[in-house]
Design a protein around this ligand. Sequence first.
Ligand code: FES
Length: 291
Amino acid sequence: MWPLEQISRLERAEALDGPAAAIRTRVRKLLSDRRVEDALHGVWLGHPVHPVLVQATLGTLVSASLIDAVGGRRRTSTGLIATGLLLAPPTVATGWTDWSTSNPDQQRVGLVHAATNAVAISCYAGSLVQRARGRSGRLLSLAGAAVSAVGATLGGHLAYHQSLGPNHADRVRDLAPHDWRSLGALTDLPDGTPVRREAGDVPVFVLRRGSEVTALSDSCPHLAAPLSEGEVIGSDGDRRVVCPWHGSEFRLDDGCVVHGPATAAVPRFEARVVDGDVQARIVESAGAPTL
Ligand code: FES
C-alpha cells in the first residue's frame, strides 16, 4: 500500500539519526526535572497526554479550515485558528517528550511528523497574521489543513503501527494462566537480583528477598523492555524496579508507575512458596495506574 510503503522507508532512514540525536540531547536537557517530564508524559493521567491535546488542537484548526472552505463566517474561523495556535505549545511539548524516549525507528518517523506539523502551524499562524492585516488568509488556512493531514497520518502511523503510546503489558492479563504455575525452586532464585521466568508463555519478572518472592509481568508497559534486566532500587516499602531501556520506575509492591515514560502499571502476579516450589498466578484487577 502506497502510504505504508513510504512511511516504512522513513522508519529505516538512518540519515535522520544525526539530527534526531542532536534534538534529543536538547530535549532531554530541558526535561531535567522528573516531575515535569512525568506530567508531560501523562503519568498522572494513566495514558499519554499528547493524543488528547492533538485532538483538541487539530480539531480546532481543521474546523477553521472547513469553515473557510465553505465560505463560512470569517470571524468564527479566525477565533478557531487563534484557539488552535494557543493549544499548540503544550501539544508540541508533550509530543517531543514522548518522542525523546522512543526507539530509533519511531524517532525517524516522529521527526518528520514534527517537521510537517511545524509547517502546518506556520501556515495557520500566517493566516492569522493576514487576517489581522485585513486580508482573507483563506489560502494559508486551507494549506494548513492539507499539511496537517500528512502530519496526522504520520502521527497515526507512530501510534497504531509502531505502537508508541499504547500499553505494551495490557494483554498479559488475558494471556497469563489464571491458575497457579510453578516458576521453579526457591533455592534456584538468586537473593536480591531479579530473574526472568515463564508462566505459561508469559515472561515473569521474579525477585526473591529471603523467603519472600515478588512477581510482575516482565514486559515494560512503555515499549516492552525486559524488566528483569533492570535495576532494583529503594528500600522496604518503597522498592522499585528501573526499566533498562528508558528508565521508567515501577513500585514492586503493586506494579504502579512511579516515574515515566511509562504511564500504565505493570500487571502483577500473586506469588507463594509451596514445599520450596515458587508458584505464581496473575492478579486479575488492573489496580491503580499511578501513585
Ligand atoms: S521500555 Fe521504555 S521505559 Fe521501559
